[in-house]
Design a protein around this ligand. Structure first.
Ligand SMILES: C[S@@+](CC[C@H](N)C(=O)[O-])C[C@H]1O[C@@H](n2cnc3c(N)ncnc32)[C@H](O)[C@@H]1O
Length: 216
């Protein structure tokens, strides 16, 4: 059964245990997540949120890249957070994990230096994308930065064809904005500045694009 509140990592709860293997084998995960962490330029003392952290792979990478940062992962799915907690424990890093929805974040205004997110925005309806972007803006400090990796405009016909499986799995309504390349515009509409595409990676199921933006 599909969940009413959030789309699970591989769309169906039963597939969640296979998520890490699927992503590792199909998305060039190591390379694009490393690039995302590097572009975020996280400094000692920063407070960093991994939005919709899933199994916590990116969250652990962030903490390993900057052990002096406070790192928190949030996700709407309590079950996937258990996988993330185990991963953090096995990696020997201290990370806070919270259960919560992206469009109603349980954090104070202006309380994070960085928000980072990967393979997530294509799970949201247009309305929830905008609500989520406003929430990210609310919790970021002035000049705080938002760094995102997600499916984007395919670079060629082959990438366009490959992306159909993601559309089939996660639903064409939520994925359309991503594959139509609308994320930068939505960030600008939500009030972010210096919105910029920073990198792209072609993978087995389409083109993953990296973006960054700043809260004024
Ligand atoms: C494809 S997974 C990506 C996980 C991880 N960020 C990664 O890069 O591997 C998408 C995640 O978004 C979570 N999710 C979906 N909608 C959400 C929402 N509105 N708020 C919080 N988490 C959500 C799902 O539970 C899932 O863990």
């Amino acid at each position: 059964m599909k969940n009413e509140k959030y789309i699970p990592a591989l769309s169906y709860d039963l597939l969640t245990p296979f998520y890490d293997t699927a992503v590792r084998l199909t998305t060039r995960e190591k390379i694009f997540k490393k690039a995302l962490v590097e572009q975020a330029k996280i400094k000692a003392g920063h407070r960093v949120l991994d939005l919709a952290c899933g199994t916590g792979t990116l969250t652990v990478l962030i903490k390993n890249a900057q052990p002096q940062a406070e790192v928190i992962g949030i996700d709407g799915d309590a079950k996937i957070l258990e996988i993330a907690k185990t991963k953090a424990k096995e990696s020997g890093v201290e990370i806070g994990f919270d259960e919560g929805m992206s469009f109603d974040l349980p954090y104070e205004n202006e309380s994070f230096d960085r928000v980072v997110s990967s393979l997530f925005f294509h799970h949201l309806t247009r309305g929830n994308k905008l609500k989520t972007l406003r929430e990210v803006k609310r919790i970021l400090k002035p000049n705080g930065e938002f760094h995102v990796a997600d499916w984007g405009l395919p670079t060629n016909l082959l990438m366009k064809g490959s992306s159909y499986l993601i559309q089939l799995l996660d639903g064409s309504e939520t994925t359309a904005d991503s594959f139509n390349g609308l994320l930068p515009k939505l960030m600008t509409d939500a009030g972010f500045e210096a919105v910029e595409e920073t990198n792209l990676f072609n993978s087995l199921f389409g083109t993953i694009r990296l973006h960054q933006s700043r809260k004024p």
